[in-house]
Design a protein around this ligand. Structure first.
Ligand code: ATP
Ligand code: MG
Length: 428
């Protein structure tokens, strides 16, 4: 016997038990973003490899070791997108929709691919909802992005569980000056650095700030601070952002070591983190990337955005027991019918009910079965009521209405009153 083929490690099926929660989350975010005037964009999952090399940066972890890159039949080097910002910028440029200072407030949702070590909250195919805004340079829009995520946490019941970490990376000149000072400081202590940080010292020294090694972190205590190197413009921008978050009542902490793993950020960077998910605690992250559009061939275009990890947020909702109870209910009503004639009548009645009560969810029993077995299926469906139609009910042009989640006897309802009666029951 041949071995069953399995899914690729780190790439998960989202099973029917889980999809209601995914849809609750995704629909919640979508309607929130609609409410702030953001519009959805959909990009391909595969792009030319060059796009990610040029945007994310050659010496980042993502590009160095996490991308799914392959040659297609034309000999082109293609990559499964590891994130959405690069594709979004590519699309906006390609269609000229950010040219001439046109404001764009965009969002997208979809799978991303990174060859990382799979573990709880870290997968090789994972999903992000991303938001990107083009052509607004000020801190007002950075604040709006953060305020809207704060509203989202409120809607989902997650405010207590997340903390906003905030930093400013300054201008590229300020970062360059800081990088020099940091490299000088760390070079003098090279032997004490962990191996990863030793490698990064020449390639991407700012990422050392993010090192997980306690020894390296101890070294950093007395290292030069990025905040002391900020240019005046970035400092004012950051002050403007903080003032707006204060005004909106969004709590934050300044984390001067927050640098993010992608090269394109400058000025604002932020992460929403939780201590409820173990090591994979960042549920949403983003920042300003005013240089990226130009780097990809466009005119200078201020831009800011973020992406949230859908798996981690779904996991957080489960961990904190914030899953709305009604999500376990597949349908509101389950129609049981006994015998061929009753089945035919039930089918016709069910269609009439669907006309009369849009939004109601009704399953009609298929596959016949005894009273006991049909009611068992009705119960399993999570329905609030079973509709029962047997020979007697058929003769009397009535349906038995049996409550499944509350005490109470089965009642008889005439076919003509059924729509009205069910509307009242489901509203209660
Ligand atoms: P991390 O530090 O956790 O690796 P990152 O800095 O690589 O995250 P981004 O590229 O900014 O993350 O992606 C934004 C969000 O997408 C993250 O905050 C996280 O919630 C989610 N995310 C990133 N990588 C993964 C992954 N491999 N599996 C699941 N979610 C992920
Ligand atoms: Mg990562």
């Amino acid at each position: 016997m041949s071995k069953n083929i399995q899914a690729i490690r780190g790439m998960n099926d989202i099973l029917p038990e889980q999809t209601p929660l995914w849809r609750y989350f995704e629909n919640g975010v979508a309607s929130l973003l609609d409410g702030y005037g953001y519009r959805q964009i959909r990009m391909p999952i595969v792009e030319f490899t060059e796009l990610f090399k040029r945007s994310i940066g050659e010496v980042t972890d993502i590009v160095e070791k996490e991308m799914y890159t392959f040659e297609d039949r034309n000999g082109d080097s293609l990559t499964l997108r590891p994130e959405g910002t690069a594709s979004c910028v590519r699309a906006v440029l390609e269609h000229g929709i950010s040219g001439g200072g046109q404001l764009q407030k965009l969002w997208y949702v979809g799978p991303m691919f990174r060859h990382e070590r799979p573990q709880k909250g870290r997968y090789r195919q994972f999903h992000q909802i991303g938001v990107e805004v083009f052509n607004l340079p000020g801190p007002d829009i950075d604040a709006e992005l953060i305020v809207l995520t704060w509203r989202l946490w409120g809607l989902l019941g997650l405010r207590e569980a997340v903390t906003l970490e905030l930093n400013s990376l300054g201008s590229s000149e300020a970062r360059a000056r800081y990088r020099e000072a940091l490299v000088e400081y760390l070079s003098a202590r090279f032997e004490q650095l962990d191996e990863d940080s030793q490698r990064r010292l020449s390639s991407n020294p700012l990422r050392i700030l993010d090192s997980k090694s306690p020894d390296t972190q101890a070294l950093l205590v007395d290292a030069p601070k990025l905040a002391d190197y900020l240019d005046e413009e970035s400092r004012l921008h950051f002050e403007g952002l903080k003032a707006r978050l204060d005004a909106a009542g969004v709590p934050y902490v300044i984390n001067s070591k927050l640098v993010r793993g992608l090269d394109y950020y400058g000025k604002t960077v932020f992460e929403w983190v939780t201590d409820q998910l173990g090591a994979q605690g960042t549920v949403c992250a983003g920042g300003r990337y005013d240089g990226l559009v130009e780097q990809l061939g466009g005119k200078p275009t201020p831009a800011v955005g973020f992406a949230m990890g859908v798996e981690r947020l779904v996991l957080l909702l489960e961990t904190l027991d914030k899953v709305p109870a009604e999500l376990s209910r597949q349908v509101d009503l389950y129609f049981c019918a006994f015998g061929e004639a009753a089945e035919l009548a039930a089918l016709a009645l069910a269609e009439q009910l669907r006309d009369a009560l849009p939004g109601m969810r009704l399953a009609v029993n298929a596959g016949a079965g005894s009273f006991k077995s049909q009611l068992k299926k009705a119960d399993k469906s999570g329905a609030l009521y079973a509709l029962v139609l047997g020979e007697d009910e058929l003769a009397g042009r009535i349906v038995g209405l049996k409550p499944l989640r509350a005490d109470g006897e089965q009642q008889s309802v005439g076919w003509d009153e059924l729509g009205e009666r069910l509307a009242a029951c489901l509203q209660a």
